[in-house]
Design a protein. Structure first.
Length: 502
């Protein structure tokens, strides 16, 4: 049957979000269908992963990926994707999903995502996001006050820690080149002696520090790893020694990238000591607090962030310990004057006249152009739940992490690398005395638990050997859940031991 132009035009109304009563009713009906489908999936989910193999999932997906020429009803599509995609996803809200810094999203944030998608504001210019611009601006002000930054502080929402770390390294590089050689990288490219520039970070720092420096043209060799102490924290004495050695070689250390919450151990570098040293030497201090920044709302552990307010810049992630849907990060800057190093005017978007007239175009603060209204989900969550309840959720995950470390230490055969967790991660290994290759055993344990959908835990390397890791971000995960997962580890290990070389 041939579709006429009028029939095609009528179909537009079924799919294009529109104003008026008819548009509102179409929106309500379709969102109800989606909500019912997700509710059905949640109702039927009793483990964090279905346990299907890669090939089984691919097999189920093949017919779904057949893209039709003609329109289908949303109901048909939802039925088609419910099993292959929705049910086969990793269910991060399950109490036994404890592998990565991948949080269970809170309902206010999930519902705010619907608003964000429906409004579809673009955060680059004020005339594309009139209310949204000032929501983000005011929320940034609230966050700078929360970290105890001065009034001249500023910031911008980002896609997450990697982008925020990139911005910190970018501004540190460009400010150094300007102050050291009166050289503007933005207009003139890298200066003659850029190969001498160096950045220090912990040997446990996130890979995005090295990745950022390589993308900024300085090369990975410009990143100098600093040894850590027994608590997996950057050793400040080693920092002093390394900087002195670099300077004696005619090299130019210009920044230190500290970590507040390493991925594996949740360790926090000595921020006060590093801040004092950076002040003495005139170095830029950037703090990757993508994970540890969640302690800002903690009622019991906020003191661990002492010195964070002295950083020149920092990364915070809300899709970790503020339980927001991905993606949602923030880059904060102690002094907004450095944002001039990012500014670039486009006649159609943020002409210089706008700035003179006081019109706020957030593209001046960001390395992105089109950008989501992620500030809305943070605002809705903070207003709906309040900081006290959110802080108690963070503290609960810390409590369960300490329990997990203690329980693992109590059981024979387990070795815990961080028996007093700084935050909510626990690194350990199951290593019975009669096993010569415990790393291989632990790798198989992690894989089998995942493949059978019984528990989702992480694996990592310690001194080149595979260890296991709990990352506890779900405030609903209980001590009993932890016990059951440890039981599963033991049970799986005993079943596997016959296949591991003695």
């Amino acid at each position: 049957m041939t579709t006429t132009k009028n029939q095609t035009a009528n179909l537009f109304d079924l799919f294009v979000l529109q104003q008026g009563e008819e548009g509102a009713e179409a929106f309500r009906k379709q969102t109800d269908l989606v909500a019912d489908t997700i509710a059905d999936v949640l109702r039927g989910t009793d483990q964090p992963f279905t346990g299907l193999s890669v090939e089984e999932i691919k097999q189920q997906l093949r017919p779904v990926m057949d893209i039709p020429e003609s329109a289908q009803s949303l109901n048909e599509v939802l039925e088609e994707i419910k099993g292959p995609i929705l049910k086969n996803s990793l269910h991060v809200s399950h109490e036994k999903s404890m592998a990565h810094l991948h949080c269970p999203p809170l309902l206010p944030g999930v519902l705010a995502e619907l608003m964000i998608g429906s409004l579809n504001q673009s955060m680059d210019s004020w005339d594309q996001s009139p209310a949204a611009t000032y929501v983000e601006e005011e929320l940034i002000r609230y966050l700078t006050e929360t970290v105890k930054y001065p009034v001249e502080a500023d910031g911008v929402f980002t896609s997450g820690g990697t982008q925020s770390n990139y911005m910190g390294m970018l501004l540190a590089r460009d400010d150094f080149c300007l102050s050291q050689w009166n050289h503007r990288v933005q207009t003139d490219g890298l200066p003659e002696h850029f190969t001498k520039m160096r950045v220090l970070c912990s040997e446990n720092a996130h890979f995005s520090v090295k990745k950022s420096i390589s993308q900024l043209g300085l090369g990975e060799q410009a990143v100098i790893p600093v040894p850590v102490d027994e608590n997996h924290q950057m050793d400040p004495d080693e920092v002093v020694r390394i900087v002195e050695d670099l300077e004696s070689e005619g090299l130019l250390p210009f920044a230190i990238a500290a970590t507040c919450g390493t991925t594996d151990y949740g360790s926090i570098d000595p921020l006060e000591d590093l801040a004092e040293f950076c002040k003495q030497k005139g170095l830029w201090l950037h703090v990757d607090a993508a994970y540890g920044g969640g302690l800002l709302l903690s009622q019991e552990h906020q003191h661990k962030l002492a010195g964070l307010e002295r950083a020149d810049s920092m990364a915070l992630d809300f899709h970790k310990w503020l339980f927001q849907p991905i993606s949602c990060g923030v880059f904060l800057l102690k002094n907004r004057k450095y944002l001039r190093l990012l500014s670039h005017h486009a006649d159609y978007l943020n002409p210089a006249e706008d700035e003179e007239e006081g019109i706020l175009n957030l593209v001046d603060k960001s390395i992105q152009t089109t950008r989501r209204f992620d500030a809305l989900k943070v605002l809705v969550t903070l207003k709906t739940m309040g900081t006290s309840l959110l802080g108690s959720m963070i503290d609960r995950t810390m409590e369960v992490a300490q329990y997990a470390a203690s329980e693992l230490e109590r059981r024979p055969g387990f070795k815990v690398i961080n028996p007093s967790p700084e935050m909510s991660t626990v690194v350990f290994q199951y290593c019975p005395e009669d096993i010569a290759t415990p790393g291989e055993l632990n790798r198989k344990i992690q894989q089998q638990l995942f493949q059978e959908g019984r528990a989702v835990i992480a694996k990592t390397a310690v001194d080149g050997e595979t260890h296991l890791k709990f990352t506890l971000l779900n405030p609903r995960t209980s001590e009993n859940d932890v016990n059951e997962v440890i039981d599963e580890i033991e049970k799986t290990a005993h079943a596997l031991v016959g296949g591991i070389s003695q």
